[in-house]
Write a protein that binds this ligand. Structure first.
Ligand SMILES: [Cu+2]
Length: 233
């Protein structure tokens, strides 16, 4: 029988894990329409699943406490209850059907690139990122990606060697970079600033150093920057 102290330890661990989960959540500062969609979907999923978690664990707790072994009480010996089992299978199944709708629409939203103002190519290498601006003939690597604020940016993501993943939490983007295949995604960031991410697919010894920095700048500044880059600066 676990002691009171064991229960306290289990409880503290659970609370700690919950708190850590929120602190490290990658949907805290959604910067793009896609990131907002993804976060809304996440809230819906958490709401629906929490309901069942609390219901099931609550019932379990009640049963454990109320029907525990005591002198003079006989254990129940019945087995199945068909009606109950049907109910507790059908209702969660319906909840999953309910969540499937927004899941598929969000997936479609983030994979369907709208008419874009700028296209960038993102190419993973062991162990750095290369960026290309095909509309401007600009290519560089190991430097921050620079994009104009408020503009729709289409990104074609691929890799030169092994599988990488271009993960920018605030953009709601985690796109695999696969050799021999081009994946498409997009982002539109309203607020200028510096956004950070990291390669999210174990790709070799220096995987942990494949950082991603995106500088979002006002469109005029972007125009100046890209002109400078074109001149090879
Ligand atoms: Cu990696």
């Amino acid at each position: 029988m676990p002691t009171r102290r064991t229960w306290l330890a289990i409880f503290s661990l659970a609370v700690g894990l919950l708190a850590a989960g929120t602190a490290g959540a990658w949907l805290l500062h959604p910067a793009t329409p896609v990131a907002h969609e993804v976060r809304t979907l996440w809230y819906k999923a958490v709401a629906v699943t929490s309901f069942f978690l609390i219901l099931a664990e609550g019932l379990l707790l009640i049963v454990v406490l109320r029907f525990r072994a005591r002198p003079g009480v006989k254990a129940a010996t019945f087995h199945e209850n068909f009606r109950l089992e049907l109910l507790w299978t059908a209702i969660p199944a319906l909840a999953l059907v309910y969540l499937a709708g927004p899941s598929f629409s969000t997936l479609k939203y983030l994979e369907t690139v709208p008419k874009s103002d700028l296209t960038v190519e993102i190419i993973g290498h062991q162990w750095f990122w290369e960026y290309r601006y095909p509309g401007y003939g600009v290519v560089f690597a190991n430097e921050p990606l620079v994009i104009p604020a408020g503009k729709i940016v289409a990104a074609d993501v691929t890799s030169i060697d092994v599988v990488h993943s271009w993960f920018l939490p605030d953009f709601g983007v985690k796109m695999d970079a696969n050799p021999g295949r081009v994946n498409h995604t997009w982002f539109q960031v309203a607020k200028p600033g510096t956004y950070n991410g990291q390669c999210a697919e174990l790709c070799g010894v220096l995987h942990a150093e494949m950082f991603i920095t995106v500088n979002v700048v006002p469109p005029e500044e972007f125009a100046r920057w890209i002109e400078q880059k074109k001149r090879g600066a």
